[in-house]
Design a protein around this ligand. Structure first.
Ligand code: NAD
Length: 505
């Protein structure tokens, strides 16, 4: 069983390499600094001390990386699926072998708690295995016979793609995009988030050590408005897979428009957990607490709005407050910690600003509502519960992206649905009821890409992952990922002579 002391010691060893050098780019198989030689500082949210400097790249670096990805494309796309499968499994093995190092690095870089990150590193290996197994069949399409004609569809990789990822659980999330891109036969340029770039460097080293050919995957560090923007504008990049804020998604869509890129967006959420009084209330409460206070609430699928039937609202929110009060805030490397520091002082400020907003709007702060004292003195925030909230309040409409839950009562099913759908987002929904007919009715009408009935978020990798409205465009998972990373082509063969309309002569 790991202890805080063990984890601290091991983390120190793993982080030494970053402290002593800079987080380099990886382009065409070579570790390189930014062409300008510039770097930016990376701090740990635990104590705000610098843990690294990373390459601050710009358009020139992106151009080199895009050219390397283009050069590697024919070879990678032409490699038999079975070979790609073997290689991707080797990457998964190597991730699993270094899972501890990855998780320790990620905890210090992001503030996420060890208990969740140790599992996330293994989930990342699973993402590679899952898509590795699908690689041999990725090109296979449909047979669509018609009278006098045989149609079949094939899929071919779209070309070099750009992958842009956020800071919240960067390692696992990057594999969720990169593994299907590679399985499809695409080459890529990855731009990780500037707040937490360390594990993206580990990931590409792991992949190349496992035998991935040079240039198939390129890493370019930098700021969103510089390296990120250049990637979305580069003419050799055929598509952008982006995970991040909705406003950034809009900006990327505009930046990518002149080069007519395909875009795939996994964006923000303000996800409802809807609790009817006939539900298993103990389980519903456990799940609601888990889905907002795990991963520091910095989770796109977090259940940040709690909609409770009015008759049980007081009791249920009291139960939530009791559970949340007992949540342990602490050092992310402490195996007992549930809530660690938020990613960065600017994000902590944003989350704290909603406590004033809640007061101004007239909601009650039933729990938390302030920064917490934590080891290292970093960006800690107390698990927070707002009650007496109205659906039109900003705390009920905007994504706060912290351990902050807004509870709203509803009188009946119709009102619950109107509140649930009354936001600009539509990523996930969680529904708790024992009434089967209502569960079907409600989930049909709920505007969300993913809905869990009587359950917290339990992922099954073949199922589609993605959101509606401001929460995204496109789906990942199973074959849905290949729809994005591949072009579908229809080929029609005549099996009889069709009458050809004669024009002239
Ligand atoms: P962000 O949008 O600020 O940044 C995400 C990435 O985009 C970073 O790498 C950043 O450098 C880059 N970027 C910023 N501006 C850019 C630009 N103009 N052009 C190109 N790239 C640019 O998001 P964040 O704050 O890092 O992450 C938190 C957000 O991510 C939340 O809204 C959360 O809901 C969302 N998220 C969504 C999912 C999902 O699956 N739907 C998963 C995780 C996180």
């Amino acid at each position: 069983m790991a202890s805080l002391e063990d984890n601290l010691k091991k983390a120190e060893t793993h982080l030494a390499r970053f402290r002593d050098g800079i987080v380099l780019n990886q382009i065409g198989g070579e570790a390189v600094p930014a062409a300008s030689g510039e770097t930016f500082e990376v701090i740990s949210p635990v104590d705000l001390r610098p843990i690294a400097r990373a390459a601050r790249s710009g358009a020139e670096d992106i151009d080199r990386a895009a050219k390397a990805a283009k050069e590697a494309f024919a070879g990678w796309a032409g490699m038999p699926g079975k070979e790609r499968k073997k290689l991707l499994h080797r990457i998964a093995d190597a991730i699993a072998a270094r899972a501890e190092e990855i998780a320790l690095t990620e905890c210090v870089d992001t503030g996420q708690a060890w208990r969740f990150m140790s599992k996330a590193a293994l989930r990342a290996a699973e993402n590679f295995r899952f898509f590795a197994d699908r690689a041999p069949d990725a090109r296979n399409g449909l047979a669509l016979p018609a009278e006098g004609q045989f149609n079949y569809t094939t899929r071919t990789p779209i070309g070099p793609v750009g992958v842009i990822t956020p800071w919240n659980t960067p390692f696992m999330l990057s594999t969720w995009k990169i593994a299907p891109a590679l399985a499809a036969g695409c080459t890529l340029v990855h731009k990780p988030a500037e707040f937490s770039p360390l594990t993206a460097r580990l990931l590409i080293e792991i992949a190349e050590e496992a035998g991935l050919p040079r240039g198939v995957w390129n890493l370019v560090n930098g700021l969103g408005e510089e390296a990120g923007k250049a990637l979305t504008e580069h003419p050799l990049i055929r598509a952008i897979a982006f995970v991040g804020e909705s406003a950034t998604g809009s900006a990327i869509m505009a930046q990518a428009a002149p080069t007519l890129k395909r875009v795939h967006f996994e964006l923000g959420g303000k996800n409802p957990v809807v609790v009817f009084k006939d539900a298993d209330l103990d389980r519903a409460a456990e799940a609601a607490v888990f889905m907002i206070y795990s991963l520091n609430g910095e989770r796109c699928t977090s259940s940040s709005r709690l909609l409770v039937e009015a008759d049980i609202y007081e009791d249920f929110t009291r139960k939530i407050a009791e559970k949340a009060r007992a949540i342990r805030i602490g050092h992310p490397l402490d195996p007992e910690t549930v809530v660690g520091p938020l990613i960065h002082p600017t994000h902590q400020e944003k989350v704290l600003s909603y406590f004033d907003i809640a007061r101004q709007e007239g909601a009650t702060i039933a729990l938390g509502g302030e920064a917490a004292e934590g080891p290292g003195g970093g960006c800690y925030v107390k698990p927070t519960l707002f009650t007496d909230a109205r659906p039109d309040m900003r705390i009920a409409q905007e994504e706060i992206f912290g351990p902050v839950l807004t509870a709203i009562p509803f009188r009946d099913e119709g009102e619950a649905l109107a509140i649930a759908n009354g936001v600009s987002y539509g990523l996930t929904g969680y529904l708790w009821t024992r009434d089967v007919a209502r569960a079907f009715r409600f989930s049909e009408a709920l505007e969300a890409g993913m809905i869990w009935v009587n359950s917290e978020n339990v992922r099954h990798l073949p199922t589609p992952f993605g959101g509606m409205k401001a929460s995204g465009i496109g789906r990942d998972g199973g074959d849905y990922s290949f729809d994005f990373y591949m072009e579908t082509k229809n080929i029609a063969f005549a099996t009889m002579d069709h009458p050809i309309t004669r024009l002239g002569g």
